[in-house]
Design a protein around this ligand. Structure first.
Ligand SMILES: [Fe+2]
Ligand SMILES: [Fe+2]
Length: 177
């Protein structure tokens, strides 16, 4: 069974918890550490300068992206979930639809995925140059690849499960303004 099929069995509030407490927390926790190691490594291996720049921008943009989900979108999706569980009415999102912020989040997911694809190409698919004596080089690239893999799962859980379910709840429970 693939992991997305497992997540399909989870309730929406559990998926939101997972997203916040696993993906958002670890994006920040490991992103900063990887950036520090990558920056130190690039001082000896200047071919990594562009990768450092891309990764620095990635974790800065991801931090803002996660903040928007934490402060605006997910509190409302949680409200939608609670309302549907208790069969209570719920007010429209700022008198609009969550389709708009969701579109913006999905566009950001695309940009971020593209940025990490570029990092993959620039690092020869996360492979240290042949003959490199510096063992840290491959370790940092391995951690960068893991970061990319977790990002893919983060994006898939949101794009394929959380957002479609939230839109369905909105359509079923919110009267338009
Ligand atoms: Fe997220
Ligand atoms: Fe997101």
């Amino acid at each position: 069974m693939n992991v997305i099929e497992t997540f399909e069995k989870w309730d929406l509030d559990l998926l939101i918890d997972y997203d916040l407490k696993f993906h958002h927390r670890n994006t920040r926790r490991y992103g900063e550490k990887i950036l520090q190691r990558l920056t130190a490594l690039a001082q000896q291996h200047t071919e990594l300068n562009e990768v450092v720049e891309l990764f620095r921008n990635s974790i800065q943009d991801l931090d803002m992206h996660c903040m928007k989900e934490e402060n605006v979108l997910y509190p409302y999706i949680q409200e939608l979930f609670n309302a549907s569980e208790t069969q209570q009415p719920v007010e429209a999102f700022h008198c609009g639809s969550i389709q708009f912020p969701i579109n913006a989040m999905m566009a950001a997911h695309n940009d971020e995925t593209g940025r990490h694809n570029l990092i993959g190409r620039l690092t020869n698919n996360y492979t240290a140059p042949e003959g490199t004596q510096d063992g840290e080089y491959q370790k940092v690239l391995d951690d960068l690849r893991d970061f990319r893999d977790y990002l893919h799962e983060h994006v898939a859980v949101e794009n394929e499960i959380i957002f479609p379910r939230a839109l369905a709840l909105e359509a079923a429970n919110v009267a338009s303004c």
